[in-house]
Design a protein around this ligand. Structure first.
Ligand SMILES: *Cc1c(COP(=O)(O)O)cnc(C)c1O
Length: 448
């Protein structure tokens, strides 16, 4: 009798990574600097100090290859890490493909996504510098959930501006944040100048991540005791997510395989970077043939349709200027169900690597992603987050291409989260009510 196929590749807690991997150390040329919005000169640590604790500012510009993970952070990670790597045997069989498909499952975290990997680290570093209150924004509710959870572990108060469309669509994400002790305000709100300005121009605004960021940044900048926390895009966030890829390297070795392609969905770029950067290290420093594929929504295609230029991170123009692929900071993404992918820009580090030709990008409309999500759920038993379904769509297409070509292909994708708070989106899909929205450039500048 032949050996049964191993399905799960798990690591003991003792194999939890000890360091974050900083890709900046291995770049052939550095990413362009962050600029001050007023002077357009590169910013220094003092400019960021009102918003972030010094340790995170240091990490943002560090060129050290490995940064040690503090033990209290590792202890919190051990609630759910190392996360499993799973061979998608059921999906492979359904597709009748010679490809081997693996996924790293980040939905095992308490918040149901990869986001606690950075939320825990950020809460820890803030607390260590005497900060007791963090303010942030959330789109789909995943980031707010993650930060509220992390805040509860380290004794920080968490205030969340939640994009209004999600606030209304996802009442249980709101409850989740509140259960962990966080407070939630729908954005745009009347609590900030930024929110009042947007509401004056558009009283029915359903909000956007860019607007919610403006509100959160304003609260942090105008309150001495409060710092700001961002769940994606920034270098230090991508850095914290590299625990995903470092574990995956060990787990793929257990499976005796190396990926031909590594896939992640990309909103701000953090879960994609988390799985990709540790594998990319070999490509930057050696001759690995692995491909890297970032997958975004067709209605918000910052990498595939955006311009590579300096832009603001928020809607109102309060943040520093970063060079990134952007649809413009006034872009109002269609209210698709993958709320976590509705951001006008892409992480500067991902944008830089895309420009240098190290990664590829692809965009899909939402119906084809939900179709992939159902096929995945029915063969693998996990209902994916609508965001993650973009990565699944790409993994399935890669597997079908391999079948067509009659060649083997090892596919690894990041299943960034589960979709158990997103059942309204599945209802809409099953009822045939989901609309595919094409990207249209928006030329009007945001009203400030
Ligand atoms: C937030 C989120 C994303 C998108 O954010 P990235 O920074 O691009 O990773 C993707 N998947 C899930 C499940 C999320 O919660």
């Amino acid at each position: 009798m032949s050996q049964p196929q191993q399905r799960k590749f798990t690591l003991p807690e003792s194999e939890l990574p000890t360091h974050f991997y900083n890709i900046a150390a291995d770049l052939p040329e550095p990413a362009p600097p962050v600029l001050h919005p007023g002077t357009r000169e590169p910013i220094g640590p003092a400019d960021l100090a009102p918003l972030f604790p010094m340790e995170l500012i240091k990490q943002e510009v560090s060129s050290e290859r490995f940064i040690e993970i503090p033990e209290p952070v590792r202890e919190a990670y051990r609630i759910y890490r190392p996360s499993p790597l799973i061979r998608a045997l059921g999906l492979e069989r359904a597709l009748d493909t010679p490809a081997h498909i693996y996924y790293k499952y980040e939905g095992v975290s308490p918040a149901g996504s990869h986001k606690p990997n950075t939320a825990i680290a950020q809460a820890y570093y803030n607390k260590a510098e005497g900060i007791n209150r963090l303010v942030t924004e959330t789109g789909a509710g995943q980031w707010g959930s993650a930060l509220a959870f992390a805040g509860s572990l380290f004794g920080l108060e968490i205030k969340v501006f939640m994009v209004r469309v999600s606030y209304e669509q996802k009442p249980y994400r709101r409850s989740f944040i509140q259960t962990f002790g966080g407070t939630v305000t729908p954005s745009p709100s009347t609590e900030t100048n930024a929110g009042r300005t947007i509401l004056a121009a558009d009283p029915d605004s359903t909000g956007s991540l860019g607007i919610a960021i403006s509100e959160a940044v304003e609260v942090a900048a105008t309150n001495e005791d409060t710092k700001y926390s961002l769940g994606s895009v920034l270098n230090h966030v991508l850095l914290h997510q590299t625990v995903i890829g470092q574990e995956a390297i060990q787990q793929m070795a257990l499976a005796g395989e190396e990926p031909d392609v590594v896939i992640g969905c990309a909103g701000g770029g953090s879960n994609f970077s988390g799985i990709a950067f540790p594998f990319l290290r070999d490509k930057l420093t050696g001759d690995s043939k692995t491909r890297f594929l970032a997958v975004e929504p067709a209605s918000c295609p910052s990498l595939t349709k955006g311009e590579y230029r300096y832009d603001f991170g928020d809607a109102v123009g309060m943040t520093p200027l970063v060079k990134m692929h952007t649809l413009g900071n006034g872009f109002k993404p269609a209210p698709i169900h993958a709320g976590g992918l509705r951001y006008h820009g892409m992480a500067p580090m991902v944008s830089h690597l895309y420009e240098l030709g190290f990664i590829e990008a692809r965009a899909y409309a939402q119906n084809t992603c939900f179709e992939a999500a159902l096929q995945f759920a029915r063969t693998e038993g996990i209902i994916p987050a609508p965001e993650s379904s973009h990565a699944i769509r790409a993994a399935i297409d890669e597997a079908l291409e391999a079948k067509e070509a009659g060649s083997e292909r090892v596919i690894l994708f990041n299943l960034s989260g589960h979709g158990y708070f997103d059942m309204a989106a599945y209802d809409a899909y099953l009822a045939g009510e989901l609309v595919d929205v094409e990207y249209e450039p928006q030329r009007e500048a945001v009203a400030v």
